[in-house]
Structures are given as structure tokens and as C-alpha cells.
Design a protein around this ligand. Structure first.
Ligand SMILES: Nc1ncnc2c1ncn2[C@@H]1O[C@H](COP(=O)(O)OP(=O)(O)OP(=O)(O)O)[C@@H](O)[C@H]1O
Ligand SMILES: [Mg+2]
Length: 500
């Protein structure tokens, strides 16, 4: 969960700096208070050492505890911070500012520490009800180098403790102010030199994405970001020039594709037309030959009745052949003319799409009547388009004729549906039959000129090529074919509602 928590760069930097500063502040406060405390303690210990030396001297001289008691009382009188002074002998307490303790046996825990007490020791006493901070110092009392007892001093250290506390407070206050100042300065530096320039870069990238005209970005940012910005500028210029190159290459490619398509078309036209014209020419020369022979027989008066009959038969057959082939050639030429969609003539008008398709189907009744197929037109009655009705009619005719010829056998009962669907500013005509369908390689070539699987049956392979040109050029749309062997074929035709 925490790992997923993505913080802004700025927040992250500020948080890290705060954390480091707080840690550093803690360390400074701890070190400072520790060293102050230590130096205070050392002062106390050296004070007690001084006292002990004085008491030691006096005691060694007189061996009289009363002298020590006098010194104790004097010290307490002079120094109000001294709460209690006690002299522990090996067995009993010999002097103390607390009179009730005198002559009492030395407590066991002190007796046991006497042997190991070589120099002054300091212990912080736990706080009790009087609210004072107290330290307990214990220093060995020596005679001829031997520890004879110990002097115990209880000191009121409230004043020095307050001093340390005060010092800590001041340090915390100062370092907090410095931290806040640092963070504010850092915030503005990060914003000005890092975040703002990065935002500018991002906006520039967005405007490039949206295709707006690009203006070089110049940033007053940190050196690294300035380097990124100039690399970004270079990249955009590079992209722009590459885009132009690509556009040029694409144009050239389209042009050369067009030339190739035209070349193919011309080759296809000459190939297709060659056959009927060739047959016509052969038949005509054959008839010329026969006529010559017939003329010779006539001139030489050798002509019999059977010769006349044979000649007449030949004339009938040959002219029939010539006529059929010329007809085929003229049919082909008519189809070729349709391939080149005439875009100079403005044939657009506003019409109701569903009604118009129904009218086209009525005109196809002579062909449909001979079959058992059912044709259904579905869709919203009110869809109107501004488009080229001639192109729609030609397209529907070619699609229906293809279904009749290629999708169904002579006795099949097929279902053909035409759906008219409006989608925003687009019109989708979905044409489906439930016939034989096509294998993938046929679907791939269906819009190519002269591609047909029915050459023997008189197909030219121009029907779907014409449909393709009508949809993409006259109607300004797109067409796509989906088909599977055994399940039927669907064409998706998408055209604009108003600009066809
Ligand atoms: N509805 C369909 N069902 C099955 N196959 C189809 C269908 N429509 C087209 N085809 C296949 O696509 C090929 C190309 O069709 P296209 O209309 O271009 O040529 P054609 O019908 O063979 O000849 P033309 O239309 O020029 O007389 C057809 O030969 C046929 O194999
Ligand atoms: Mg066809």
C-alpha cells in the first residue's frame, strides 16, 4: 500500500530534507546537552574534591569529628545548594548536617563500597516530592593513603538542570527556524528551477502530440533540464523533417501505385478485349475466304445448289460468331468505362437511403423473380443522406448479382439482408448473404480488377473493383469484406452522411 503511494517529486525532496534536518537537529541537541551536563558534573566533583582535601587535612591533624562537623555546617551555611553533608566512618556516621544521623551505624551498602571507592563518584538521585533535582556525590576520606571512610554530599542541581533545559529549548527553536527557512527557500528553488520547467516540457510534448505548430522551448532551469529541453527541441525538429520526408515518400508511393494500377488495367483491358476481337477478325477473314471461293464458282458457272446452301450456312454461322464477339467486346468496354469513376459530374442529392435501396431492388426483380431468394432491407426509415444515388444503385446491383451468381446454386433458397445503420455522422450499409462464402485468398483479391473465379461463365472480374471505386471515390467511404466458406459473405460499407 505504502509502496504504491506515489509522492510528487517536490514533496519527496522537501520530506527528505526535513527528515535529515530533524535528525541532525536531534544529534546537535543531544551532544550539546550531554557535554553541558558533563561539564556541570565535573565542576561539582572538583568542588567536592576541594572540600574533601580540606576536611582530610583537618581530620588528619585533630582526629576530631567535631572539627569536621564545623566545616560541614560552615559549608552548608555558605552554600544553600548543599542539602546535606555526611561523613561515614567504617562503622558509624561520625558527622552530618543532618544531626539525627550522627552515631548511627554506616549503612551496609556504603560499607561495602568503601574499599572500592578510590575517587569521587556522582549519582543522580531520583526525583522526590520536594520537586528538586538532586545529585549525590561521594568522595573517599583517606589517612596515610588508606580509605578510612567517605564524605557524602547531596546537592540541589535544579539551577543547572534548568540551565541545560533552557539551552536545549533555544537550540531547538533556532534550528527549527533555520529548517523552516531552508524548506521555504528550497520550495521556491525546486518550483522555479525544476517543477515549472518540467511542466513546460510536458505542455510542449502535449502540443506536439496534438499537432500544434511547434515553437522552441527555452527554459531558465537547472543545467540538466536545459540540456533535456534542447534535446527535446532537436528531437521535434528531427521528427518534423522526417514527417515531411515520409509524406513526400508516401505521395510518390501513391503515384507509383496509381501508375502500376493503370498499367495493370491497360494490360488487362487489352488482354480481355483481344479474345473477342481476335475471334471476330478470324471469323471475318474466314468469311472473306469463303466469299472469294463462292465468287470463283459463280464466275466459272460451276456453282451447284449445294454450294449455295453451304455458303449461306457459313455466312449465318460466321456472322453470328462475329456478332457475339463484338457484343462481348462492347460489353467489356462498357464495364471498363465504369471503372474510371467520373468525379467531375456532381450527381449528389438528398434522398432517403432505405427507400432508395428498395427501389433498386424493384429494378432487379426480373433477375430475383427467377430465384427463391429472400431479400430484406432493415434500418431506420428516416435516414437521409446527401450522396450520389447512381453510385448506390450500381453498388447494390453488383452486390446482388454477385450473390445470385456466386453465392447460391440454381435451386438454393438464400437470405440476403441489407442493414442501414446511422452512427453519428456516418452511415453503415451492411450487406450479407448466407451463401457459399469464399476462401481467404479470394477475399484478399476480391477488389482487384479482373479477379474472377468465373471466367468460363463470362465473368470479367470488374464488378467488385467497380464497387470499390464507387465507394471510395464517388461516395467518399470505405468497404470491407468478411467471408467464410459455408457460412456466407458480409460487406461493411461506411460512407459519410453529408459529404458523399
Ligand atoms: N457474394 C459472393 N459470394 C461468393 N463469392 C463471391 C461473392 N461476391 C463475389 N464473389 C467472388 O469474387 C469474385 C470477384 O467478383 P467480381 O464481381 O469482381 O467478379 P465476377 O462477378 O466474377 O465478374 P463480373 O462481376 O465482372 O461479371 C467472383 O468471381 C467470386 O469468386
Ligand atoms: Mg460480379
Amino acid at each position: 500500500m505504502l509502496r504504491n503511494l506515489k509522492l510528487k517529486l517536490q514533496t519527496r525532496i522537501l520530506l527528505s530534507v526535513s527528515l535529515v534536518t530533524i535528525l541532525m537537529m536531534g544529534a546537535v541537541v543531544w551532544f550539546d546537552s550531554y557535554s553541558l551536563q558533563k561539564s556541570v558534573e565535573e565542576t561539582y566533583m572538583s568542588q567536592l574534591d576541594g572540600m574533601t582535601t580540606a576536611i582530610n587535612g583537618r581530620y588528619e591533624e585533630s582526629h576530631n569529628p567535631k572539627d569536621v562537623q564545623q566545616i560541614f555546617d560552615y559549608i552548608q551555611f555558605k552554600n544553600p545548594k548543599v542539602l546535606q553533608l555526611t561523613l561515614y566512618g567504617k562503622d558509624e556516621i561520625t558527622a552530618s548536617t543532618d544531626r539525627t544521623k550522627i552515631k548511627k551505624p554506616t549503612p551496609m551498602h556504603i560499607q561495602s563500597t568503601l574499599a572500592s571507592l578510590k575517587k569521587t563518584r556522582l549519582t543522580h538521585l531520583p526525583a522526590d516530592n520536594d520537586g528538586l533535582n538532586k545529585d549525590l556525590l561521594m568522595s573517599p576520606l583517606k589517612e596515610d593513603g588508606m580509605t578510612m571512610g567517605a564524605i557524602e554530599l547531596v546537592l540541589d542541581t535544579s539551577e543547572s538542570a534548568a540551565l541545560v533545559q533552557n539551552r536545549i529549548r533555544i537550540i531547538i527553536l533556532m534550528s527549527s527556524s533555520i529548517t523552516i527557512l531552508l524548506l521555504v527557500v528550497l520550495y521556491f528553488i525546486i518550483r522555479g528551477r525544476l517543477i515549472r520547467p518540467l511542466m513546460k516540457l510536458r505542455n510542449a510534448a502535449l502540443s506536439v502530440k496534438q499537432g500544434a505548430a511547434y515553437k522552441d522551448i527555452s527554459l531558465n532551469a537547472s543545467q540538466e533540464i536545459n540540456i533535456v529541453a534542447s534535446a527535446f527541441n532537436e528531437m521535434v525538429h528531427d521528427l518534423e523533417s522526417r514527417y515531411l520526408e515520409l509524406q513526400l515518400a508516401m505521395k510518390q508511393l501513391v503515384e507509383s501505385e496509381k501508375m502500376v494500377a493503370l498499367g495493370n488495367l491497360v494490360a488487362g483491358v487489352s488482354h480481355e478485349i483481344n479474345t473477342p476481337i481476335g475471334i471476330g477478325v478470324t471469323a471475318a477473314s474466314f468469311m472473306e475466304e469463303k466469299s472469294k471461293q463462292f465468287q470463283t464458282l459463280y464466275r466459272e458457272n460451276r456453282m451447284k445448289k449445294s454450294d449455295l446452301e453451304e455458303y449461306l450456312n457459313t455466312v449465318r454461322e460466321t456472322t453470328g460468331m462475329i456478332q457475339a464477339n463484338l457484343h462481348r467486346a462492347s460489353e467489356l468496354i462498357r464495364s471498363f468505362k465504369q471503372v474510371a469513376v467520373d468525379r467531375s459530374v456532381d450527381t449528389k442529392r438528398r434522398f432517403n437511403m432505405k427507400e432508395y435501396i428498395k427501389d433498386v431492388l424493384i429494378s432487379l426483380q426480373p433477375n430475383l423473380k427467377k430465384t427463391k431468394h429472400h431479400v430484406t432491407v432493415r434500418g431506420n426509415e428516416g435516414i437521409e443522406v446527401l450522396s450520389d444515388p447512381g453510385a448506390i444503385s450500381q453498388m447494390i446491383t453488383n452486390l446482388i448479382m454477385n450473390s445470385l451468381i456466386h453465392a447460391y446454386g440454381p435451386d438454393d433458397e438464400g437470405h440476403i439482408s441489407i442493414d442501414v445503420i446511422q452512427d453519428d455522422q456516418e452511415l453503415i450499409i451492411q450487406y450479407s448473404d448466407d451463401g457459399k462464402g469464399m476462401p481467404e485468398e479470394v477475399v484478399e483479391q476480391i477488389f482487384h480488377p479482373f479477379f474472377t473465379t468465373n471466367r468460363g461463365g463470362g465473368g470479367t472480374g470488374l464488378g467488385m473493383h467497380i464497387v470499390y471505386n464507387l465507394v471510395t471515390q464517388s461516395l467518399g467511404g470505405t468497404i470491407r469484406c468478411e467471408s467464410k466458406v459455408g457460412t456466407g459473405t458480409t460487406f461493411y460499407i461506411q460512407i459519410p452522411l453529408n459529404e458523399g
